[in-house]
Design a protein around this ligand. Structure first.
Ligand SMILES: *Cc1c(COP(=O)(O)O)cnc(C)c1O
Length: 363
């Protein structure tokens, strides 16, 4: 059972005068007289500030969470511990672009066979022969869903490892490990950090051997987070639930209103009863997220909308406190030229809608 607030209490609450916040420990090395034991000895394998962040993320995931300096470092770790030369890897063709680059440009050099499938048809064709299957649900930016419980079952039955990139949802919005997924990876750069000022990632697993491999890979690769960034992410986590509640409630309000605007077409938001993914979203997600996708008539219309709406920041990424938007076609995503991905922030819903409506009416 998840206890979102539990990690708020994991501090020294017994010593009078103890700081209420976690310290940022910058030590590269630790006092180590005599023979080494389980205590910290060097900064690459262990750090007290990451450990505080890992305790918080482990509570949220109900699993052993291992932190990495970015979402991509966490995804790299999950793939490195799941694959070997000659292994077969399945990825979404419409998921996070850099995961495909990692597979095609780097893993393929070591003999990994990489295949891709559209998220909307991901379970078609089964998973026989795949050593690892990485999926994103909802996909980013198309917001298609995959039945994660069915996928986890089928991948396991076929002898593979299932990995979910849960960045768009966070463990408060969706719990892939509860649905049987082996490794949950996420970019905590997005909503968990929440303030667009820190890169961070984590990979979580309930199988102790997988979790240990993730830690061993981090130590061997040296892909370790900075203590200051770990602390900033920990601070972000303290308000994650509040922010997500606000942002996802506003996202639903905006999706309902956007859907009826004459300039908007092909709107996707899993929380709308009319969305093709709604039934599955209700079954497997705890909230419907903070991202909305829709088409405007052209790339120019999308640019004008994004750049004239005073409450939207023209930026890539999502999950921050300030609403932002971007035309995903500019990165070559397989979307319409006027496709806009809107990341809903914490601004008051009515003010945000007024600003969005004014910019849309002017198109
Ligand atoms: C941002 C993102 C990543 C990569 O995270 P970084 O922290 O930028 O390395 C991976 N997957 C998804 C779905 C993302 O949105």
């Amino acid at each position: 059972m998840i206890k979102p607030g539990a990690f708020l209490h994991q501090r020294d609450t017994t010593t009078k005068g103890a700081p209420l916040t976690h310290p940022v420990v910058h030590a590269a090395t630790y006092h180590l007289p005599g023979d080494p034991d389980d205590s910290r000895h060097y900064g690459r394998p262990r750090n007290a500030t990451w450990e505080a962040l890992e305790a918080a993320l482990s509570d949220l995931e109900a699993a052993d969470a291992v932190v990495f300096p970015s979402g991509m470092a966490a995804i790299s770790a999950a793939l490195m511990v799941s694959l070997k030369a000659g292994a077969r890897l399945l990825l979404p063709e419409d998921g996070y672009y850099m995961s495909r680059r990692l597979a095609d440009d780097w893993l393929a050099r070591f003999g990994v066979q990489v295949e891709t499938r559209a998220t909307a048809r991901f379970t078609e064709g089964g998973f026989a022969g795949f050593d690892a299957v990485l999926v994103e649900s909802p996909s980013n930016p198309g917001l298609d869903l995959v039945d994660l419980a069915a996928l986890a079952r089928e991948v396991r039955a076929a002898g593979g490892i299932s990995i979910t990139d849960n960045t768009t949802m966070t463990p408060l919005g969706q719990r892939p490990l509860d649905l049987g997924i082996d490794i949950c990876v996420a970019s905590d750069t997005k909503a968990p950090g929440g303030h667009s000022d820190t890169l961070m990632g984590h990979a979580a697993a309930r199988d102790p051997q997988i979790a240990q491999s993730l830690r061993d890979w981090r130590n061997a690769s040296g892909a370790i987070p900075g203590p200051q960034e770990a602390w900033q992410t920990l601070r972000g986590l303290e308000t994650l639930e509040l922010r997500l509640d606000r942002m996802s409630a506003t996202a639903l309000t905006l999706a309902e209103r956007l859907q009826t605007h004459p300039s908007v077409s092909a709107l996707r938001y899993p929380g709308l009863p009319t969305d093709p993914s709604h039934a599955l979203a209700k079954a497997q997600m705890r909230s419907f997220g903070t991202l909305i996708g829709f088409n405007l008539s052209s790339a120019d219309a999308a640019e004008q909308f994004i750049n004239t709406c005073p409450l939207l920041r023209a930026a890539t990424s999502f999950g921050g406190v300030h609403s932002s938007a971007e035309r995903r076609g500019r990165w070559g995503d397989a979307v319409a030229p006027g496709f806009v991905r809107l990341s809903v922030g914490i601004e008051p819903a009515d003010e945000l809608w007024e600003a969005i409506k004014t910019a849309l009416d002017a198109l």
